[in-house]
Design a protein. Structure first.
Length: 399
């Protein structure tokens, strides 16, 4: 911003310096050639009027919208009068004052209106040249002084465009910076939402698994303490039960801790992640889990992570809630891409489950939405559950 303001000041200084030098040159030459003549007073009076109107232009333009066109008309009239205030031949330099007006027109007006005014200037200073010098000499002088006016006006227009382009670049740069800040803020928000979601899931897992297991351990310990005084032979059974519960709690904690370290799974495909998870998961006796892979199309890391979390949640439900004896994971890595988790457990009512907020159904739906896959759950009490996640469903039935 500071650089842009400094550049604008340089442009403005050069612009006003050029105008000042042109006016000073015309003013001094008027004094030089008309000194001692009866025309000098009238010429200097008109020159001073031109200067006063020029100085007043900046103040009036801020107050009156159409003032600038009126200003150009007044100044053009003053210059035109300067041509006819003398009978001497030295008057052609006065046409340079039109260069000042041309520069101003290109600075203040749109290009079309500016060009129209320059054409008007050409007509005005062509009249005295052709009248006093004749057609041939007059046209030569018009071309000579007109080229100077065109050059200075074009320079003024070029500097104006350069300033506008720089201002536009600064504006676009601000927009880009604002957009980057918004993206960073959005990214931070997503990270915070993701962290909050994981904390909520972890809290639910601790409550549904480890907390309940520890509560069972507490009850078993209390039972063992009571049996020490009443029936010592039954204490061993309670201690075995306590040991099983402790191993189960430890396995649950290891599973949750491993889930908090997704970077360990970097570089592994979805099949490897699922197999490792099944091997490390505490599987109850009487439950078998199978994994079938079909196809070899690769998924993005985001898709793999989302599908892994969905499958993880589904397996947690199978282990904790379904009382199933068999569960299967079918990963179809050929078009259409899909993954399906089924079990032969007790099933549940979808409406009641969604209303209760349990079983992690909302979390699975959120994961599917994040990777732009479609999630379908079919479950009926007593008939098991099927969870199907697909990237691109054909028309008609989803599965």
């Amino acid at each position: 911003m500071a650089e842009n303001q400094s550049s604008n000041r340089i442009y403005q200084r050069v612009y006003y310096l050029a105008i000042g030098l042109i006016y000073l040159a015309v003013f001094l030459r008027t004094i030089l050639f008309y000194q001692g003549t009866p025309y000098l007073g009238r010429l200097l009076g008109l020159m001073l009027c031109f200067l006063l109107v020029f100085l007043a232009e900046y103040a009036f333009s801020k107050r009156v919208g159409r003032w600038f066109d009126f200003y150009l008309g007044v100044q053009s009239g003053l210059i035109f009068l300067l041509f006819f205030c003398t009978e001497y031949d030295e008057y052609d330099y006065i046409s340079l004052l039109f260069a000042i007006l041309g520069m101003q027109a290109m600075q203040q007006l749109d290009r079309r209106r500016g060009v129209i005014w320059i054409v008007v200037f050409f007509i005005l200073f062509s009249i005295p040249f052709i009248r006093f010098e004749g057609p041939l000499e007059g046209v030569i002088r018009v071309v000579l002084f007109g080229s100077v006016i065109i050059f200075l006006s074009a320079y003024s227009l070029t500097t104006r465009h350069a300033q506008e382009a720089k201002a536009q670049n600064q504006f676009l740069m601000k927009q880009v910076q604002t957009a980057n800040q918004q993206l960073e803020s959005h990214s931070d928000t997503l990270k915070q939402l993701g962290a909050a979601h994981e904390r909520q899931r972890l809290r639910r897992e601790l409550h549904d698994s480890v907390t309940q297991t520890i509560f069972s351990m507490t009850l078993t310990t209390q039972s063992a303490l009571l049996l020490v005084d009443r029936d010592l032979s039954r204490v061993g059974t309670q201690l075995d039960r306590l040991n099983q519960l402790a191993e189960s709690a430890l396995a649950e904690m290891r599973t949750l801790i491993s889930e908090l370290r997704p970077e360990r799974q970097a570089g592994e495909d979805l099949e490897a992640q699922l197999r490792k998870h099944i091997d490390s998961r505490h599987i109850p006796e009487g439950l078998t889990i199978s994994l079938d892979i079909e196809g070899d199309e690769r998924l993005s890391s985001q898709e793999q992570q989302g599908l892994f979390r969905i499958t993880q949640e589904a397996l947690n439900n199978v282990i904790k809630h379904t009382h199933a004896s068999k569960a299967s994971i079918h990963l179809h890595m050929a078009h259409p891409l899909w993954i399906e988790i089924t079990d032969n457990g007790q099933g549940f009512s979808l409406e009641q489950a969604r209303g209760s907020g349990r079983l992690g159904l909302a979390g699975m739906q959120e994961r599917a939405d994040e990777i732009r896959w479609e999630l379908a759950i079919r479950s009926t009490p007593g008939e098991g559950t099927r969870i199907h996640v697909e990237r691109d469903y054909p028309s008609g039935e989803k599965f």
